[in-house]
Each structure stands twice: as structure tokens, then as C-alpha cells.
Design a protein around this ligand. Sequence first.
Ligand code: NAD
Length: 316
Amino acid sequence: MSTGSGKVVIIGAGAVGATFAYALQIRGAAREIVLIDMDHRRAEGQALDLSHGEFFTPPVDIRAGDYQDCAGADVVAICAGAKQKSGQSRMDLVETNIGICKAIVEKIVEQTAEAILLVATNPVDVLTYAALHFSGLPKERVIGSGTVLDSARFRHLLSRHCGIDARNVHAYVLGEHGDSEVLPWSITTLAGMKMEDYCRACPQKCPDINSQQIATEVRTSAYHIIDAKGATNFAVGLALVKITTSIIRDENSALTVSTLTGGQYGISDVCLSLPAVLNSGGVDRIICPKLTGAEQAALKSSAETIRRIQRQIGLP
Ligand code: NAD
């Protein structure tokens, strides 16, 4: 169980970490937010800037700190490390970020064995597996942001196409947070109806949905954003808030976080995204919706992509 302190420590006060802190502050879900960065001045500057917004948000204590501040935290998020440059894939970051992840996780576990570790640094599935390995923490308490963001992108595109509130769309992206991710159309529902039933019943005369184009847009949207502005930060910040809130408030939300597999769809010993129920204990349970044969095969292939990189860098 989380400590119930409402304290969130964010390691890495760059674009992702600072935006996560900002969204968390506005949401009012945390009582205390501590920013840690190897560039301590940057963490101090971000914390000061954020804390000046206190008048406009629910009360929260925001400051820069160091690893001792991980003690008593509910959630410690890892947002530190190299980010994708234009044309780079997430997997291209693994050599640099694995070392950063190891150093950070070792410092965290010196201070706390109770916090839930939330990994956002890419490649997030490999690093979640690595954090689990380096920390020795139980599997339910080491999670990655996984495809929570990709699932939100999928919902957004369906919402736009169908002219319906994104909150009435239930659509999940599974597998790797990356190029091999899987969009299982067979479990996608709108307003409680399977996609094809919804489209049949809908009086709007919109063009047929181009599932290939939507899948490509979901997979490549990060590349377009990085080309345009150098980083993705707003939607991922909100995704991290959703995950954190589900933990702090014991919400039992079903989210596609990256978590250790143990035989689901015949996949073991890699972290990847499946719908998982998240509460104050971390991942309470993984849900395995019925997928088509082709979707299951794509999921296995995505798991193999992650496993190949794990082996390449010497993880067990
Ligand atoms: P950024 O360059 O803006 O910030 C990274 C920060 O990490 C910097 O402030 C840097 O000083 C700090 N840092 C580096 N090494 C450190 C260490 N050893 N200890 C402490 N701090 C350290 O990058 P960003 O845009 O914030 O991206 C951060 C990571 O998040 C990247 O790996 C990026 O690919 C990833 N990301 C993940 C998602 C997702 O959905 N999971 C989405 C967007 C970005």
C-alpha cells in the first residue's frame, strides 16, 4: 500500500517532469511535490516558478530536493534522461538511459522501500523492467507510464472522427510504448457499443474509418511533435497525473501501464502495457480482454521487440 502521505517525488525536472508537476499542482492530487535533478539549479527554478502559482491552485508544497526526500513518498517518478531527437526511435535511447536509470533507482531504494516507482523515461518498457531488476521491489510497485499516452491519442482520434466525447470512447493501445505497439480494434467500444455496431447505428454519414491511418497516426504522433517543437510534454504530463492520482486516491482505474507479464497471452518476463487495475498498492491485477488471433500475434511480436533490446543490454 502507498504511504498515504500524498507526497510525489519527480526525478528529472525537464520538459516532462516539470509539466507533470504543473498538471499535478492544478489537479490538486498531491500534498507535496519534490523535484530532483542532476542540475539542481534547474529543479530549484522550476519549483520556484510552480510555487508562485499556489494562489491559483489547490494548496500544495512544491520544492526542489535531493534523494533523501524519497523517504515517505507515495510515488517516485523517473522522468530523467536523454530524450528523442528528430528521427530517433525510443529504443535508440536505451544505452544512455539504462545507466541513468540504474544510478537513480539505487539512490531511491536507499531511502524508501514503500514508494511506488513510476518510470516515464524512454524506452519506458525496457527501463521499467530494468528498474524492477535494479530495485528488487515487488512487481506490482514498479510500473511504467506505458501506453497510457498512446491510448489517449487513440481515443482522441476516434473521438474526432466520430464526433463524440473522448470519455465515451474506450480504446486501448497494448504492448510496447513504441513502434511495435498494438491497437486492438476488436475491444474498442463507443458509448457502450462495439465499434462496428456503433457506426451502423450512428445517423451521421461520415466516411468509413481508416483503421490503418489511425494506427499510423497514433504510432507516429510523437515523431511529428518532436519534429515540430523538440519534445512531447503536455499530454504525457496529464497521463502521469492520471496514473499518480489512481495510486494516491486508491481509484482502481484500468490503465494501460507497463507492468511485468507473467504468462498473459503466452508472454512472460518483459514489461509491456496491458489493461491493469491500479490502486494504492500499485498494479492490483492485469486484465486480459479477449483478442483476435492477429492481435495476439502482434502483441507477442511486440513483446519480442522489447525482449531483444533487454538481451542486447544484458538484462536477464
Ligand atoms: P529533458 O531533457 O527536458 O529533461 C531531462 C532532465 O533529466 C534534465 O533536466 C536533466 O538534467 C535530467 N537528468 C539527466 N540525467 C539525470 C540524472 N542522472 N539524475 C537526475 N536528473 C537527470 O527531457 P524530457 O523531454 O523531460 O524527457 C525525459 C524523458 O521522458 C525522455 O527519456 C523522454 O524520451 C521521456 N518521455 C517519455 C514519455 C512517455 O510517454 N513515457 C513521453 C515523453 C517523453
